[in-house]
Design a protein around this ligand. Structure first.
Ligand code: MIC
Ligand code: SF4
Length: 643
């Protein structure tokens, strides 16, 4: 067996490890962060389970840390109290970005992790099966329920050679994105093997598994080896180590070969992470802003390389350099060894250890700016400035660029980039607050601020459905299009009515008002609809706007699950050419839809009343999903059936 199969087999609750069939797995650890967490805990409360049943569940506060009004602070207080009551650990704001802290302090080889954040697969660097999901799926897992997924294919990403000086782990994953695209990993686990693996540190592996999310992969995983043992030992938790490698005769569904020695520094150009070129091919690009940090690139090793490049130099006068170390552990170590001083003296603006610029919480660039960043997504508008272009690079490239004012090749630096992993990290868990003991939990009062509104719930599926196509969209629409998030909107993650005023506005600013006026309807989309974030809000808000179904050429995994969990029909064109025959404002009807779903039909006729034709759509649901759609979502199904 390969590593993926070993972990899945050890956690299998139902099904068989046959690609494309439904399986369910037991979840050992869960994580939430604050922007998806408020909803997840509201849903957990609605399930009426007193205490979480996982080995360890933890809530991070790292996204909405720009407290420009009472809303974020109220959400923090709600999360702090609801977790205390129900047996969940709390990582306080200032402790760091969820994926970085999870890697340092919580993750364990061989375990499963489900997180309400699409970059949860970062944990795969430690040899875990770590999966991103919607908040509701995480709430169910906290309650001890299994996590259901389509059994993924396993891709053997065989690494040989070793990275040359100035070439980084980020360039490995950018190369994979260049080759495979943002759809290349759909339905697959990327499993890393080969002699090149041993040359990569845990944070380097984490950069690669983190951005496997941008490939659309279910998750990514490295073996657990001597490098893993050393890392855990340096974090004071060698007892968490367990070796885990693929058997010598393990088989895979596909193989991709990468010779690390042949890679060059790369960049993803606006506005997609797979729009990748080498730095050389990208040519001379004048830069306004450089941001270093995020869950992709903010480890101690990353930051030390940045400090080495910046030491004794000054940031280019036209560039604003922002650095956000990924965790308090990293920041504390940089401050103790003088590297922070080197960054500050070079002119860096040091910001909180949080998601920050990556999710548009501050540091929005100027009009038409070129912003070079080390995070994982450069989707349109995500930085908070629609006219800006975001370029994704490694830490080394970003630091060199900050000095020269142009997109620069880090191999030109005279700095020593050899940063050894420390023998002992400066770890300290005093910002991780344990929950109340079971016998004291009843006395804990959950505090809810006025910004926390109830979440919408779907009705049982109607006998017939009809309505207008309210919006026609292209391929690769992201959740940042569907439910934009920046410093003005993130404070409203627990206020669906307020968020609904901005739904799909980056595609068409008139959409929210039109959807409300029409009293609901349908959406029409191209390939890979809903890629990106795990935010369930991209389904909850359309549900609130009474969107009954989405007709698309294809869906991204987490978003499709979120739609079904909320009773919205994900319909896929049998014949892709039919997409062109539908237009915005066409009236469509799905007569007898309830009976069809009940009968297990996998093809649904959709009548275009305006144009007078019928198109066939695929509705490929598992038995459980079929029930969910009939009940009007997972919460209704749980209420009716208790599971
Ligand atoms: C992101 O990177 O887009 C986020 C913000 O972390 C999201 C979660 C969210 O929308 O709250 C994600 O990746 O799932
Ligand atoms: Fe936070 Fe950005 Fe990572 Fe999402 S991708 S978890 S916003 S740092």
């Amino acid at each position: 067996m390969n590593v993926t199969q070993k972990i899945l087999a050890a956690h299998l609750v139902s099904g068989e490890l046959k690609r494309g069939t439904e399986i369910s797995i037991r979840i050992d650890q869960t994580l939430t962060q604050d922007s998806t967490g408020t909803m997840a805990y509201l849903q957990f409360e609605a399930m009426g389970i007193p205490r979480v049943k996982t080995e360890k569940s933890i809530a991070y506060i790292d996204h909405n840390t720009l407290q420009t009004g009472f809303e974020n602070a109220d959400d923090h207080k709600y999360i702090a109290t609801v977790t205390k009551k129900h047996g969940v650990y709390l990582s306080k704001p200032g402790n760091g970005i969820c994926h970085q802290v999870q890697l340092e302090r919580i993750g364990k080889p061989g375990k499963t992790l489900l997180g309400s954040d699409s970059h949860t697969p970062t944990g795969g660097a430690l040899g875990m099966i770590a999966i991103g999901a919607g908040g509701l799926d995480v709430a169910v897992a906290m309650g001890g329920g299994a996590y259901y997924l389509s059994c993924p294919g396993v891709v053997n990403v065989r690494l040989t050679g070793s990275l040359k000086r100035g070439v980084a782990a980020k360039d490995v994953i950018l190369e994979l994105l260049r080759r495979l695209s943002v759809k290349g990993g759909v339905g697959k686990v990327m499993e890393y093997t080969g002699p090149g693996v041993a040359t990569l540190s845990i944070p380097e592996r984490a950069t690669i598994t983190n951005m496997g999310a941008e490939l659309g992969a279910t998750t990514s995983v490295f073996p657990s080896d001597e490098v893993t043992r050393q890392f855990l030992k340096a974090q004071g938790r060698e007892e968490d180590f367990q070796p885990l490698t693929a058997d010598a005769d393990a088989t895979y569904d596909e193989t991709v070969e990468i010779d690390l020695s042949t890679l060059e520094p790369m960049v993803a150009l606006p506005h997609m992470p797979d729009n990748v070129k080498t730095i050389k091919e990208a040519g001379q690009i004048k830069v306004d802003q450089v941001c270093i940090g995020s869950c992709t690139n903010s480890s101690y090793q990353d930051m030390m390389r940045v400090a080495a490049i910046l030491k004794g130099k000054t940031v280019h006068p036209d560039v604003s350099l922002v650095i956000a170390p990924g965790s308090r552990q990293v920041l504390a170590m940089l401050s103790a060894n003088g590297a922070l001083h080197d960054m500050i003296q070079a002119g860096a603006r040091i910001t909180e250890t949080a998601c920050g610029f990556c999710i548009g919480m501050g540091q929005s660039p100027s009009t038409n700016a070129v912003s070079v960043r080390t995070n994982n997504r450069n989707f349109f508008g995500r930085s908070g400035t629609k006219s800006a272009g975001i370029y994704l690079v490694s830490c080394e490239t970003a630091a060199m660029t900050a000095l020269t004012g142009y997109l620069a090749d880090p191999r030109q630096t005279d700095a020593d980039l050899n940063v050894d992993m420390p023998d002992l990290f400066d770890y300290c868990d005093n910002l991780i607050i344990p929950p109340a003991a079971a016998e004291e939990a009843a006395a804990v009062e959950v505090v809810r601020g006025p910004n926390i509104k109830p979440f919408p719930q779907a009705d049982a599926l109607a006998e017939d459905l009809s309505g207008d196509v309210l919006l026609k969209m292209e391929d690769n629409i992201t959740t940042d299009h569907i439910m934009p998030s920046d410093s003005s909107l993130l404070p409203f993650r627990s206020n669906i009515p307020k968020l609904s005023e901005h739904c799909l506005a980056p595609v068409d600013a008139t959409f929210p008002a039109r959807a409300k006026a029409a009293g609901g309807g349908f959406l029409l989309a191209g390939q890979n609809y809903g890629q990106g974030s795990s935010r369930e809000h991209a389904a909850l808000v359309p549900l609130y706007l009474k969107i009954r179904g989405v007709l698309a050429k294809g869906f991204a995994r987490i978003h499709q699950a979120n739609l079904i969990n909320n009773g919205i029909l994900p319909l896929v064109f049998v014949n892709e050419a039919d997409y062109d025959r539908f237009d915005q404002q066409d009236t469509i009807a799905l007569p007898g839809i309830r009976k069809l779903v009940e009968s297990g039909a996998t093809q649904i006729p959709v009548e275009n009343k305006t144009k007078g034709f019928t198109a066939m759509m695929k509705l490929e649901l598992t038995e459980r999903q079929r029930k969910m759609i009939l009940f009007g979502g997972l919460i209704n199904m749980i209420a009716a059936e208790g599971k």
